[in-house]
Design a protein around this ligand. Structure first.
Ligand code: PRX
Length: 661
């Protein structure tokens, strides 16, 4: 079978990497870096370890932001709900914009924006504030008010952060839906939150083609009676359908608006946004993030982990549609008055070194990306970007999935030129902020390890029964103390919130990730332990893909597992039982993959579909995914004694390999 695995050439650095592993090399922060580091005192860990110290730390950090009214209580922790900075009033957009302009930073660049076709825009803090105010006024003119939910479905253009900041300014929680999601996925999210307004664009560019977002948004809105208004940015200029009772062009609506807008005073615990993430059931969870704690948590972690200095040019390469973009392109960096880069398109388009050209053009100093991107660049080889000057870089970050030591070492050597510390940051949509990470001026790193909990974060590794696993052993990652940017629940579903995060180990947050600690206490994340796949750093639920497959008329039953993939971390492997009257064929396989892509989005398209007459089930009828994973990974099979029909596994194994993408 011609798997992707065989097509990948071995990395040129294989010898070095083996060497690295054999030597168990460690990377102490370079002396020059330590000398200038924002966080340089290792005592920060001891200071924040006690309950008092941790409270003092966050109380101190909260002084860095502007409060309209001061908070009176740092933390009100009534399991499983935390309230932070109780009684405080603030506005996030004012903290991200007005305050910097008032401090004389109006002329500082907030974002360098680069479109995929090569167009570009520079927005200063003063301009970003004006644009945000115009849009805030525009939303108010449509009747959008505090508490109304606004769905944002946009390409990576400046209007995306502007839309978010405008919502934050008027107190309307936003729900950003990644532009790669389908109309169905958008409709489900609009409906769950009963969004009254949708902000979108005619389209955006990706790999040279225009993605027609307005068409998908129309499809979704036609099924969503809660939507009264839609604001559309003209990006591609392609024709769009228009509903004059509902649709407004962004440029027309904002043109005549005043460039100032009163920020709504928000309570610390008022909802800032919803962001949907996959769980183990088909229905995505609307993760709730509030105002005060989220801002303090993201600003502090951004400043200390990325060692932010006033002159930095920081590039987080994620899409704003994911939590990484919310916390570390928009809110954290803007709160710290950082200059950032936003890029619209694919990092390897039109040339494989497009990303490096952009980094060189703006003299980027900090790069934050995902292992899947690093592996893709590694596959191209470092010669591809030899012509680009990356000497401005001084710090590298990784997020989204475990980074294999091989990719870490390559990142450090070829992108970082052996001089930039690498911060491997572990966190989740739910955690809102980075929780396990090196501090680049303090921590000695080990390739593949996210190292230690951030100061004040109390993490642990426990066994099935909840007992702490001694150093050297593996188990489940738990968090034992609240943190400011933690989720405040699942929108409209208290029971699911309790069940998902707080019931497995009462009193402790269950992250759903496996983790081991080495003898020195370094944390090594081991991936998800639930039925959630991680494809290119994005969580996709097996159930969601199965539901999408079963919604195709040819499919009777489907089971989906993640299979290790050299580039995307995991790839989606689907087993499909057809309804009678349908014949397995390559064409049908292609059709099913396209179907999933339409129902959920391209990122959920299965890499492989295998047609099978039956599935391995326990006698109680539960599909044995563990076996399917073993088959997909071509591993020796585990225990098969509980199978209802042992023959089926042999049949599946024989067939595996057909129907490859
Ligand atoms: O499994 C972990 C993995 O990504 C999951 C969270 O996914 P999501 O909510 O989409 O947020 C991704 C960006 C924050 C985690 O449960 N993950 C994230 N970062 C790392 C990681 N696994 C290992 N190492 C990381 N640095």
């Amino acid at each position: 079978m011609a798997t992707d695995h065989e097509r990948i050439e071995p990395a040129a650095e294989a010898a070095t990497i083996e060497n690295l592993l054999r030597e168990e090399r460690t990377f102490a922060p370079p002396a020059a870096f330590v000398a200038a580091a924002t966080a340089h005192d290792p005592d920060i860990y001891a200071r924040t370890a006690t309950d008092e110290g941790f409270r003092a730390f966050w109380a101190q950090e909260a002084k860095r932001i502007d409060w309209i009214e001061p908070w009176t209580e740092l933390l009100d922790w009534q399991l499983p709900y935390a309230k932070w900075f109780v009684g405080g009033k603030l506005n996030i957009s004012a903290n991200c914009l007005d305050r910097h302009v008032a401090n004389g930073l109006g002329g500082k660049v907030a974002y360098y924006w680069e479109g995929e076709p090569g167009d570009s825009r520079t927005l200063t803090y003063a301009q970003l504030l004006e644009e945000t105010c115009r849009m805030a006024n525009a939303l108010r003119s449509l009747g959008v008010k505090k508490g109304d939910k606004v769905a944002i479905y946009m390409p990576m253009i400046p209007e995306l952060p502007i839309a978010m900041l405008a919502c934050a300014r008027i107190g309307a929680p936003h729900s950003v839906v990644f532009g790669g999601f389908s109309a169905d996925a958008l409709a489900g999210r609009i409906d769950d939150a009963q969004c009254t307004t949708v902000i979108t664009a005619d389209g955006g560019y990706r790999k040279g083609a225009a993605v027609h977002l307005k068409a998908s948004a129309d499809d979704a809105m036609n099924r969503s009676p809660s939507v009264k208004h839609c604001v559309v940015v003209r990006r591609t200029g392609d024709p769009v359908d228009w509903n004059p009772d509902r649709d407004h062009w962004w440029h027309e609506l904002t043109a005549a608006q005043p460039t100032t807008a009163e920020p709504e005073p928000m309570d610390s615990e008022d909802l800032l946004y919803l962001l949907y993430t996959s769980g183990t059931t088909a229905k995505p969870k609307g993760i709730m993030h509030t105002t005060g704690g989220y801002l303090v948590g993201t600003a502090t972690t951004h400043r200390l982990i990325f060692d932010i200095k006033p002159e930095d040019v920081y590039w987080c390469m994620a899409d704003i549609g994911w939590v990484t973009g919310h916390s570390y392109i928009v809110y954290g960096p803007l709160a710290n008055a950082t200059t950032g880069i936003i890029y619209e398109g694919a990092i390897d388009f039109p040339e494989k070194d497009r990303w490096a050209q952009i980094a060189a053009k703006y003299r980027a100093t900090i790069l934050y990306t995902a292992p899947t991107a690093i592996r893709a660049l590694m596959k191209y080889g470092h010669d591809e970007f030899a012509r680009d000057d990356l000497s401005s870089l001084r710090l590298l970050g990784s997020v989204g999935e475990p980074i294999n030591p091989e990719a870490w070492a390559w990142y450090w050597k070829y992108i970082g030129g052996e001089r930039c510390p690498v911060v491997d940051t572990w966190w989740q949509t739910e955690t809102g902020m980075i929780l396990i990470t090196p501090l680049p001026g303090i921590t000695t790193t080990k390739p593949g390890s996210a190292t230690f909990p951030f100061p004040g974060i109390k993490a642990g590794v426990v066994d099935e029964a909840g007992n702490s696993v001694p150093l050297g052993g593996g188990g489940y990652l738990v968090l034992e103390r609240p943190w400011p940017a933690m989720l405040r629940g699942i929108y409209g579903d208290h029971d699911r919130y309790v069940e998902t995060y707080w019931s497995r180990y009462p009193g402790r947050y269950f992250a759903g990730d496996g983790c081991k600690r080495d003898d020195e206490g370094y944390y090594w994340l081991l991936g998800r332990v639930d039925d959630v796949m991680n494809v290119s750093g994005h969580r996709i639920s097996t159930t969601e893909v199965e539901s999408a497959l079963v919604s195709h008329p040819a499919v009777a039953e489907a089971a989906v597992v993640g299979r290790t993939d050299p580039i995307t971390g995991q790839a989606i492997f689907s087993y499909v039982i057809l309804r009678s009257g349908f014949e397995a064929s390559d064409a049908l396989g292609a059709d099913l993959r396209e179907h999933v892509s339409e129902v959920i989005g391209k990122l959920a398209r299965p890499k492989q579909i295998m047609f099978t007459p039956d599935l391995p089930k326990t006698r109680s009828g539960k599909i044995m995914r563990r076996l399917l994973r073993d088959v997909a990974e071509q591993r020796a099979l585990g225990d098969v004694t509980t199978l209802a029909d042992a023959g089926i596994v042999a049949t599946i194994r024989e067939q595996s390999g057909r129907g490859e993408d």
